[in-house]
Design a protein around this ligand. Structure first.
Ligand code: ADP
Ligand code: MG
Length: 262
């Protein structure tokens, strides 16, 4: 085990053709709390991946590790060289009351890694932001203050921001949480459309919905189970959910979890 771990840390993973992300025996801890354990996973170009699982199961932690916001405790993540991420974080982490207009929020998707104070956006960048908003049908929101938006509109704006750098992989963390059903449907179709063009990883709590449009479903609860249309990957036999019946079953698991944690 020790030897294998070192091997992984030394960066021996290699990507196969069409593979964008490869994760091997990944673990992560917050202090004494193990959030993820022995996670192995491969993501290929063009896939539309759903990430589900109970609250606190480690879904957000997994995407933060992929995005290099967190560093693995053990194991390795290999990314394809030319990968460009677009990220829509869990909306609870966005300060909505900041007095800033929609176009300025979208433009921050273009900020260089080291934020320069008083960065001025070029006319070209503004045009690009408008084009991205146009493609998502939210151009008319451009001059609004973000504090005046509905949650559904705000989420679309954050998706536009994530698209500013022409990502090859778009990662969304619960983009429809606390959003009414009609707006959720719109956001879902927006994301489905994007998934035709780029690779998409989407965490969703919306497990009562039909999830059959995903190519793959990853159930995360410290360990992961991978469900594909063909069935389950090796080792997933013990997964508590069944592909496409996920909704019902996860509700049940969550109810049981809530009971036992009382
Ligand atoms: P999910 O996104 O599936 O709800 P998270 O990845 O946010 O789960 O959290 C996984 C586990 O790690 C939970 O038990 C959570 O309480 C814990 N956790 C998350 N972030 C932190 C943090 N910054 N410090 C300590 N524990 C954390
Ligand atoms: Mg989360």
């Amino acid at each position: 085990m020790e030897i294998e771990m070192n091997k992984a840390l030394n960066g021996n993973l290699s990507l196969e053709e069409n593979e964008l992300i490869k994760i091997s025996e990944l673990s992560y801890k917050y202090g004494d709390l193990t959030a993820l354990e022995n996670v192995s996973l491969s993501i290929k170009k063009g896939e539309f991946i759903g990430i589900i699982g109970p609250n606190g199961g480690g879904k957000s932690t997994l995407v933060k590790l992929i995005l290099n916001i967190l560093k693995p405790f053990a194991g390795e993540i290999k990314l394809s060289k030319d990968i460009v991420f677009g990220y829509v974080p869990q909306s609870t982490s966005f300060e909505k009351n900041f007095p800033i207009s929609v176009i300025d929020v979208v433009l921050t998707g273009h900020l260089p890694k080291k934020i320069r104070l008083r960065h001025r956006f070029s006319e070209h960048e503004r045009e690009h932001a408008m084009t991205v908003m146009e493609s998502l049908n939210i151009r008319e929101l451009a001059e609004k203050k973000i504090s005046d938006l509905s949650l559904g509109q705000l989420q679309k704006v954050l998706i536009a921001r994530a698209l500013m750098n022409h990502p090859t992989v778009l990662i969304l963390d619960e983009p429809t949480a606390s959003i009414d059903n009609d707006s959720s449907m719109e956001i879902y179709s927006m994301i489905k459309e994007l998934s035709q063009k780029i690779t998409v990883l989407m965490i969703t709590h919306d497990v009562t919905r039909d999830l059959s449009f995903f190519d793959k479903l990853i159930y995360v609860n410290k360990i992961i189970h991978i469900h594909t249309k063909e069935g389950m990957d090796a080792g997933a036999e013990s997964c508590p959910i069944d592909w496409l019946k996920a909704g019902e079953q996860i509700q049940q698991i969550m109810r049981e979890k809530a009971k036992t944690s009382k």
